[in-house]
Write a protein that binds this ligand. Structure first.
Ligand code: ATP
Ligand code: MG
Length: 554
């Protein structure tokens, strides 16, 4: 979609033209998540297409909980799904539905099919059915195919009334036992399953299969375009068969697009749930998770996620996108929009020996050089400062241009200083670095124009606030932990979370609110944790590093 158009846009354009299937109609799409887990970045692709196309074409998009399968549904998931969609900037207005609302109608449509001689009750067990599926050269077989309509009507009603045990009978569409498309070989459209449903309770002990239910849901809601991922392509003939053979009010069109895969993570809800339930992550919103709530907590913006999907585009070919590209999109957004601040994550004390002990001064600096309208802030400065431990080396390595005895560096926006030595504890660890400041370099430039190779960040020790900082790495150590013949848990990265306490932040951050985002100079982009951070106890998540070798568009 980089140039704004995809094959789906072409379909829409074509059908909305004079003479087209949807000429003069309002585009109507739907996003149909199954409420059995939290939404992840792959779902975001689907919902960006569903809501995005409706918005683009001045249409409507419904939100529908696809709850025809009575297991595992949970209100927690329903609320979380709504929150995530709103966060991404989309809304369904009053068009929020549950597929289970249509169970009565689905039942009637099934009866209609039986009456038309287009469905029958089959008594093959699941095992017998698969043994009788046939192969490309042999048709499937069911001895019940030609049973009288009256008999099927009676048995189907008794299935509904709970007269038969689970698995004893199914209702099958009567289509074509010899079809080259196995989905058309008299697919099961209803099965007996005595599991209470989270909305309909024990009203039903038979439930419609997805391939029968979904086209009916779409048609009852007046959906014009039903977009779904590629694995449903071979189910499209069945989708069309259903809308053409039951008396639904309209005939939606199914269009398939490629699923999104991302490196270094898994996108199956079952696998993600496993991580949560086995406490391998802190929850669905663990900032290492590819869920929308996890990404949000990590510091991702809705804009960065939308940009990611827009740039990936929509195609018919499944692809796996580098996780680094997702980070690239966030970095681009935050580079423009995040305020700058100074923070020291691994602090060592710096003492300016020639700076008066009781003196303090204030530097005024822009919040975001990319956005002058974001104003300025004050940073206090005094004799004792915090700097990063790695910005000092008593004995410098080759090409080390930061602080070492005799060398000058610039303290960002403040002064040029010259290192004069350090104090160490009995183990030889540096506890204080000493330097002198050049009073004539206020603001950071030398009066005589001498070159200073390095600039380091700092925080005034007098006013600094403490924080916990959480640094993240990939959740899995390999690109494709999802490979079929491996256990993805074997590839969990044991070093994916590093918690640092005792980081020092500039005083202007004392009132940071949960979810506020910053660029910490030289360190990366950080986001105040939306659960654990509050003024007085600040917790920052590293959202993304400042730079990466990743180059898009290749
Ligand atoms: P999972 O395999 O994680 O359980 P699912 O497909 O069963 O995913 P649903 O809740 O049914 O999850 O998905 C809702 C919509 O999101 C569907 O239209 C589905 O095709 C789409 N979707 C799910 N995963 C992806 C993905 N990785 N890329 C694009 N679309 C996806
Ligand atoms: Mg699904």
């Amino acid at each position: 979609m980089a140039d704004g158009k995809s094959f789906i846009h072409e379909v829409f354009d074509e059908e909305l033209k004079e003479g087209g299937r949807c000429y003069g109609k309002t585009v109507h799409t739907r996003f149909p998540p199954e409420p059995n887990g939290y939404l992840h970045i792959g779902h975001a692709k689907a919902l960006e297409i569903d809501f995005g196309m409706a918005e683009l074409y001045g249409g409507l998009c419904n939100l529908r909980m696809d709850d025809t399968n009575p297991t595992k549904e949970d209100v927690e998931y329903v609320e979380a799904i709504k929150e995530d969609i709103h966060w991404l900037g989309h809304d369904w207005d009053d068009r929020f539905f549950y597929a289970s609302e249509y169970f009565d109608q689905m039942y009637e449509f099934a009866v209609e099919l039986i009456k038309k001689g287009l469905a029958y009750v089959c008594e093959l067990t699941a095992e017998e059915m698969s043994a009788n599926r046939g192969d490309t050269k042999t048709p499937a077989v069911s001895p019940f195919r030609d049973r009288p309509i009256e008999e099927s009507l009676d048995l189907f009603e008794r299935m509904r009334n709970g007269e038969f045990e689970d698995g004893k009978m199914t209702l099958r569409a009567k289509i074509d036992l010899a079809s080259g498309n196995f989905n058309m070989r008299d697919p099961v459209i209803y099965r007996i399953n005595r599991i209470p449903h989270h909305r309909t309770g024990d009203k039903w002990c038979i439930y419609p299969m997805y391939d029968f239910a979904h086209p009916i849901e779409d048609a009852l809601e007046g959906i014009t375009h039903s977009m779904c991922s590629l694995e449903f392509e071979a189910h499209r003939p069945l989708y069309d068969w259903v809308v053409n053979n039951v008396s639904v009010p309209c005939k939606p069109r199914q269009i398939e697009f490629a699923r999104l895969g991302i490196t270094h993570t898994v996108l199956s809800k079952r696998k993600l749930r496993n991580l949560v339930e086995n406490n391998l992550v802190s929850g669905w919103d663990d900032p290492r998770m590819p869920t929308l709530c996890g990404l949000r907590r990590r510091g991702f913006t809705p804009e960065s996620i939308r940009a990611f999907h827009e740039r990936n585009g929509i195609s018919k070919v499944n692809s796996v996108v580098d996780y680094a590209f997702l980070e690239y999109c966030l970095r681009e957004d935050l580079n423009k929009n995040a305020k700058r601040a100074m923070a020291v994550v691994d602090p060592v004390k710096l003492i300016l020996d020639n700076y008066p002990e009781d003196q303090s001064e204030v530097f005024v600096t822009e919040n975001n050089p990319e956005k002058p309208e974001d104003g300025t802030r004050e940073m206090s400065f005094s004799r004792e400062l915090w700097i990063e431990r790695e910005d000092f080396m008593e004995v410098p390595e080759k090409k080390y241009f930061r602080l070492f005895p005799g060398n000058e560096v610039r303290l960002k926006s403040a002064y040029v200083i010259k290192c004069v030595g350090c104090d160490k504890d009995e183990n030889g660890n540096v506890i204080t670095v000493h330097a002198t400041f050049d009073e004539a370099s206020r603001g950071g430039n030398t009066a005589d124009g001498r070159k200073i190779k390095s600039t380091i960040h700092w925080v005034d020790a007098k006013t600094a606030v403490d924080a916990e900082v959480r640094l993240y790495d990939r959740l899995f150590t390999v690109e494709s932990p999802d490979l079929a013949d491996c256990n993805y848990l074997d590839f969990l990265n044991p070093d994916s979370l590093k918690v640092i306490t005792g980081a020092k932040l500039e005083a202007s951050l004392a009132n940071t609110q949960p979810a506020d985002r910053f660029q910490f100079l030289r360190l990366g982009y950080f986001c105040a944790d939306n659960k654990d951070s509050k003024p007085g106890h600040l917790v920052f998540n590293k959202a993304v590093s400042l730079k990466d070798s990743y180059k898009p568009g290749t």
